[in-house]
Design a protein around this ligand. Structure first.
Ligand code: NAP
Length: 480
């Protein structure tokens, strides 16, 4: 929406530092107006049958897919990921619409016998009201419908607040839903600083749930700001995924998978391989192949085909990655490859970092404990399964984990012992629309995807019904 302030701010292309476009710099007043509009629209929307609500969401999925190339180019321009990955992000946005639309006829409750003759109890799922969806920059398209599609199918209204680095594709997706005739105000989008606009949305008594994807730091702040109104929060936060390669793994596949899981989106994915543990017997051969594969990554203009990795999203992100690597090296880690900004032709402007691999890292170093969110692999060997599971679980994060082995017993032991919301065995993500994407420990509260994620968009209400001809007070606890 436009801002009452009349101000706008620029969105930069991280590959060139050129201005891609500008968007309104919304204010707290704008946030209040958006919530009031969503509240009014939601009261009518909840009376539309779920199957009809789903039709709108289904059509949105088709529109997004139909505009995939245009939207993907916007994602690449504002976020920097290679076009092929941006297409997947946009396709993901379409698939979230389709998946949640498919759940419209599965909004199930429970019917139970009452405590007297002619009495019954119905436990129903009813819409929450107005939901606030706050999204990060790393998947600027898919994150929007991951929040909007379940809200609309559930009968909720939604106010969206995308990351200030990447608001442009979110604006386009909201234009598409408006073009389908969505009731005015039902879906609202505000661009502007999270610290003011986002904060206002979180603190408002109109907001019934905040679903936010982003960093642990901001997630904790949101939880605190939501607490005076006891507003529900669903927080999908950072990760520090261990990528474990057991000695019997298919080494070629493990190398390709570890590489993809790390350098995908320039390492800026919450389920990225953030620390690679390789069993002693395989360590040297894995390391050789992995380093060669990292050296072979093609980094460059993300709009060109054949490019594996683009720039980091912003200067702050580049500086953060750079200082993580420097600290690790100062603490004794050994650089096997990378460790510098990229320079030379094609890299004069923008936020470029070389794909990097470190070894000789200890469990207590920041590089192993803190989220890097960049193209850097800390590599370490281990001896036994118990030892590596201990290393893996020794983290304040608990989002994704990976296990590569051909032995089903090792795989199942890891699946049970790894204390993470997701364990990928012999495969890399991304998470699917029908899997529950949720973190343990500081990686979050609640989650998105699957019927479990959909449940967050409802209130659960119990209806007690007496349908007897001549009601009487029931004789409760006759055997007490
Ligand atoms: P971020 O800095 O936490 O920002 C996330 C969103 O919160 C942005 O829209 C931001 O707006 C907004 N925000 C900031 N301060 C706020 C406040 N006080 N109240 C309300 N909203 C506020 O995260 P990010 O840097 O965009 O994303 C990277 C992080 O997201 C990483 O840690 C990554 O692991 C995590 N992530 C997690 C998942 C998952 O599913 N678990 C998926 C993707 C990413 P502004 O941009 O205007 O500041």
């Amino acid at each position: 929406m436009e801002s009452e302030s009349g101000k706008r701010f620029d969105v930069l292309n991280p590959a060139t530092e050129e201005v891609v476009d500008s968007v309104p710099e919304c204010t707290r007043e704008d946030a209040k107006r958006a919530l009031e509009a969503a509240d009014a629209a939601q009261r009518l929307w909840e009376d539309v049958p779920a199957s009809q609500r789903a039709r709108l969401v289904l059509k949105l999925g088709d529109l997004i897919e139909g505009e995939r190339e245009r939207l993907a180019r916007i994602v690449t321009a504002e976020e920097g990921k290679p076009l092929k990955e941006a297409r997947d992000d946009v396709q993901g946005a379409a698939e979230y619409c389709r998946y949640y639309a498919s759940l419209a006829r599965q909004i199930e409750g429970t019917v139970l016998p009452g405590e007297a003759k002619d009495r019954t109890i119905m436990i129903l799922k009813v819409p929450l009201g107005v939901v606030v969806g706050i999204t990060p920059w790393n998947f600027p398209a898919a994150m929007v419908t991951r929040k909007m599609a379940p809200a609309l199918v559930a009968g909720d209204g939604i106010v969206l607040k995308p990351s200030s680095y990447t608001p442009l594709v979110a604006v386009e997706i909201v234009k598409l839903v408006e073009s389908l005739g969505a009731p005015k105000g039902l879906v609202n989008l505000l661009t502007g600083p999270g610290s003011t606009v986002g904060d206002e949305l979180v603190r408002s008594p109109i907001t019934q749930m905040v679903t936010m994807t982003g960093s642990v730091e901001v997630g904790a702040r949101i939880m605190e700001s939501a607490s005076p109104n006891l507003t529900h929060v669903v927080l999908e936060l950072g990760g520090k995924a261990p990528f474990i390669v057991w000695k019997d793994a298919d080494v070629e596949w493990a190398v390709r998978s570890a590489l993809w899981a790390r350098y995908w989106n320039a390492g800026q994915t919450c389920i990225c391989n953030e620390r690679t543990y390789v069993q002693d017997d395989l360590y040297d051969s894995f390391k050789k192949k992995y380093v060669a594969a990292v050296e072979g990554l093609r980094v460059g203009d993300p709009t060109k085909s054949g490019v594996d990795m683009g720039p980091l999203v912003a200067r702050e992100q580049l500086e953060s990655v750079e200082s993580s690597v420097k600290r690790a090296v100062d603490e004794g880690a050994k650089l096997l490859v990378g460790g510098t900004r990229l320079s030379g032709p094609g890299f004069e402007r923008g936020y470029w970092y070389t794909p990097t691999v470190l070894e000789d890292v200890d469990q207590d170093m920041d590089i192993v404990q803190k989220e890097i969110f960049g193209p850097v692999t800390p590599l370490r060997s281990f001896d036994s399964l118990d030892e590596v599971i201990e290393y893996a679980n020794d983290s304040e994060y608990g989002l994704a984990s990976y296990m590569f082995t051909r032995d089903v017993r090792t795989a199942m032991k890891a699946a049970h012992k790894l204390r993470f919301g997701e364990t990928y065995i012999n495969q890399v993500g991304p998470e699917t629309v029908h899997g529950y994407h949720a973190g343990f420990r500081k990686s979050g509260v609640g989650g998105d995807g699957s019927k479990y994620g959909f449940d967050h968009y409802f209130s659960i209400k119990t209806v007690y019904l007496d349908y007897s001809e001549s009601p009487e007070a029931p004789y409760i606890f006759p055997y007490a």
